[in-house]
Design a protein around this ligand. Structure first.
Ligand code: FE2
Length: 186
C-alpha cells in the first residue's frame, strides 16, 4: 500500500493542504522511526512493526481536509479537533482499521472520556488514548512538528513540548511526561 496515494485520494494533490500534509506526515514518520530506533535499543525484548509505524505516521492526519482550518487551507465544516475521528472513518473505509486507530488516538497526549466531558469537547464521549507502542510513538513524534505553514519544518524541543501540555492541565502534563520518559528516554 502507498500512503501518499491514499492521502491523494482524499485531498487535491495540487492543493496547499496536500503539500502541508505530505511534509508534516513525512517529518512525523521520520521522527517516529528515530524514536522507534532508540526505544528498541533500550528495549531489545520488544518488537515494533516498523512498516506499520511508518505507514500510519504518514496517514495519521488524513482527516484534516474535512475540518475547518483556514490556516491549513482546509475548507471542511467539522471542528479541527475532530480530524482524528474523521481520519479513522476514512481509513476504515480504506480497509485499514489499525491505521485508523492511530488517527483517532494521536491528538495531544491522548484524550480521556472525562476530558471530553469536562471540556465540552466536540467528540463522542470515549477514551482516545494511544494504546500500542506504535500508537504511542506516533502520538509522541507528532508533537515535534506543527502544521502551521511558517513552522512546518521546524522541530520543537522536548522541553517546549512538555511546557505546551500545561495548558491542558496537570493530568495531561503527567500523561505526556510518562510518554516522553518512555519513548524519548528523558
Ligand atoms: Fe500530525
Amino acid at each position: 500500500m502507498n500512503p501518499i496515494e491514499i492521502l491523494a485520494r482524499h485531498h487535491d494533490p495540487a492543493s496547499p493542504t496536500f503539500e502541508i500534509l505530505v511534509v508534516h506526515s513525512t517529518l512525523v514518520a521520520r521522527k517516529a522511526l528515530e524514536i522507534a530506533r532508540g526505544w528498541s535499543e533500550r528495549h531489545p525484548e520488544e518488537s515494533l512493526d516498523l512498516d506499520f509505524l511508518s505507514e500510519a505516521a504518514l496517514l495519521h492526519d488524513i482527516g484534516i481536509g474535512l475540518c475547518e482550518a483556514p490556516e491549513l487551507h482546509c475548507s471542511g465544516t467539522e471542528p479541527y479537533l475532530c480530524h482524528g475521528i474523521l481520519g479513522r472513518g476514512l481509513l476504515e473505509k480504506e480497509g485499514l482499521p489499525l491505521h485508523a486507530l492511530v488517527c483517532e488516538r494521536h491528538t495531544g497526549a491522548g484524550i480521556t472520556a472525562a476530558e471530553v466531558r469536562g471540556g465540552g469537547l466536540p467528540l463522542p464521549e470515549r477514551d482516545y488514548l494511544p494504546v500500542s507502542p506504535e500508537e504511542k510513538i506516533i502520538c509522541v513524534a507528532d508533537k515535534f512538528y506543527s502544521k502551521k505553514p511558517t513552522r512546518l519544518w521546524r522541530e520543537k524541543e522536548p522541553a517546549a513540548i512538555a511546557r505546551s501540555m500545561d495548558r491542558w492541565g496537570q493530568e495531561v502534563r503527567t500523561r505526556w511526561d510518562a510518554l516522553a520518559s518512555t519513548f524519548l528516554g528523558s
